[in-house]
Every structure is written in C-alpha cells, then in structure tokens.
Design a protein around this ligand. Structure first.
Ligand SMILES: *[C@@H]1O[C@H](CO)[C@@H](O)[C@H](O)[C@H]1NC(C)=O
Ligand SMILES: *[C@@H]1O[C@H](CO)[C@@H](O)[C@H](O)[C@H]1NC(C)=O
Length: 259
C-alpha cells in the first residue's frame, strides 16, 4: 500500500518531465488486483504483491511475468499448478508466509524457467519431493521448522534443486530424536543416517523370519528321524524273528550305519 501512496504523491507533484513520464509508465502497467507491475529494461514483467494479507495466489498474474513477489502474506498452502501458466517465471518469492503445505505439482510448469525460489520463513515441516518435480532452481529453504527423518533423507535423491538449496534444511525436530541433528543442515553431514533405525528393524524382522524357518526345518528333521528310528526298530525286530542268520547280520549292519 505504501508504495502506491508514494507513487500517487510523487505523481501529484509534477517536478519534472522525467518524473512524470516515470509515473505514467508505472501507472499504465498496473495489472493484478492486489499487485503492482513494472516492466524491467531486459523485458518481462515484475509483479509485486508483497504484504497484502493475501490468503490465495492471485489468478490474474500476466503470463509474461518474470518475477513475482508474494512475500509477507498469509498463504498457508500452494496448490497444484498454482503457477502453471507463467512459463517465463524466473524468480518467485514466497517467503514470510505461513506455508506448511506444498501440494504435489505445486511448481509444475516452471521447471525450465525458474531460477530462484524463496520459501524461507514459512512453516514447512515435511519435505515433499513431488512438489519440486523437475525444478532445478536455487531455493531458499531456511527458517522453516523442518522435521528431519528417514523420509526426508530418502526424498533427496529425487530432488533436482541446486544442491546449495539443501543447506537451508536445518532440522528443528528429528526422528530418531537421539540422533541430535537439531540445528544442523543434516543433509550435509556425511555420518548421519536417519534411516539406520528403520534398517535395523528390517534386519530384526528378517532374523525372526529366518529363525522361524530354521525351527520348522529342525522340528521336521527331528520328527523324520524319530519316525524312521521307529520304522527301523520294527524292521530290525522283524529281521530278528527270521530264521536266516546271515540276512539278519547283513541287514543290521546297514541299519546301524544308516542310524
Ligand atoms: C499469454 O496469453 C496470451 C492470450 O491468452 C497468448 O496469446 C500469449 O501467447 C501468451 N504468452 C505466453 C508467453 O505464454
Ligand atoms: C534466505 O532467506 C533468509 C530469510 O528470509 C535470508 O535472510 C537469507 O539471506 C536468504 N538466503 C539467500 C541465499 O538468499
């Protein structure tokens, strides 16, 4: 608002012809309802919607916009395809909002153009790789209450953001808690593995299953040997009852080697 008032005051005082053309130029390019637009020398619009108490992203941002400033508003979530029409967008400032949710595809359509994305000073807790699909921008992710856990660690290989962006993920909480990564940009700590507990649980599960199988195999073997011993004993008794002594000794010797 103050910017607008300044413009009006400036434009009401016709100091010089230069200043008047300056005012004219800016007044002529006011675009979106809550925003101020300006055309930069290099071409492409800059749309400033800072500090407007916005709770939703304006839908009337011109499609040739290069820079959008939406900082210091009340945004809580970025829906899918929120900026999909803005194929020239190079810089997007969403800092100092209450954003806790970036829906999958939130930045869809920006992957080839976006160079800088400011998400600092928001309420981001969980990193959702699906939201950043294909983005190669440099992102400012600082000043968010990041929860560092195995999910976050697993998401990292799927992220194309400029690697320096990840230094902004400073953990406020973590799981497991005792890994004490709070206050660290843990993705840069080579020795920290937040998936280690999960791996340990999987190992234990594997051991239990293997032990179960082993027990079953052993019980079966014991049962099999016992049943065969019984058979062998009965067979032996049968042989003993036979009159031929030679057959008996032959059979009993083979049986004793078997048993
Ligand atoms: C912007 O939209 C207009 C009309 O909807 C279209 O003619 C133009 O090609 C679009 N420009 C860009 C850069 O997408
Ligand atoms: C990221 O944002 C914070 C707070 O908004 C700011 O202080 C810092 O300078 C920014 N860092 C970069 C690299 O732009």
């Amino acid at each position: 608002m103050s910017i607008a008032v300044d413009y009006v005051v400036m434009c009401l005082l016709p100091h010089s012809l230069v200043l008047m053309t300056f005012c004219f130029h800016h007044a002529a390019t006011t675009c979106s309802k809550h925003c101020y637009c300006s055309e930069s020398d290099g071409g492409g619009k800059t749309v400033r919607c800072s500090n407007q108490q916005l709770t939703a992203i304006p839908q009337d941002i011109p499609n040739d916009t290069r820079r959008v400033y939406l900082d210091f508003n009340l945004l809580t979530s970025i829906p899918a395809n929120a900026f999909a029409g803005l194929s020239h967008l190079a810089e997007l400032d969403l800092s100092h909002n209450d954003i806790s949710q970036l829906q999958p595809g939130a930045f869809r359509g920006l992957s080839s153009s976006l160079q800088f994305l400011d998400l600092s000073a928001n309420k981001l807790v969980h990193f959702t790789a699906d939201s950043f699909e294909g983005l190669r921008a440099r992102a400012n992710l600082t000043n968010n209450p990041w929860h560092c856990d195995c999910n976050l660690q697993m998401a990292m290989p799927r992220v194309d953001l400029e690697p320096v962006s990840l230094t902004g993920i400073v953990c406020q909480t973590s799981d497991p808690e005792e890994m004490s990564v709070q206050g660290l940009a843990f993705l840069l700590e080579p020795d920290v593995d937040l998936c280690v507990v999960m791996k340990r649980t999987t190992d234990v599960a594997m051991l239990v299953v293997m032990f179960g199988w082993f027990t079953m195999v052993i019980s079966y073997l014991v049962y099999y040997v016992r049943a065969n011993q019984e058979d062998a004993r009965r067979h032996l008794e049968y042989l003993k009852s036979l009159p031929s002594r030679q057959a008996k000794s032959e059979e009993s010797s083979t049986i004793s080697t078997v048993v």
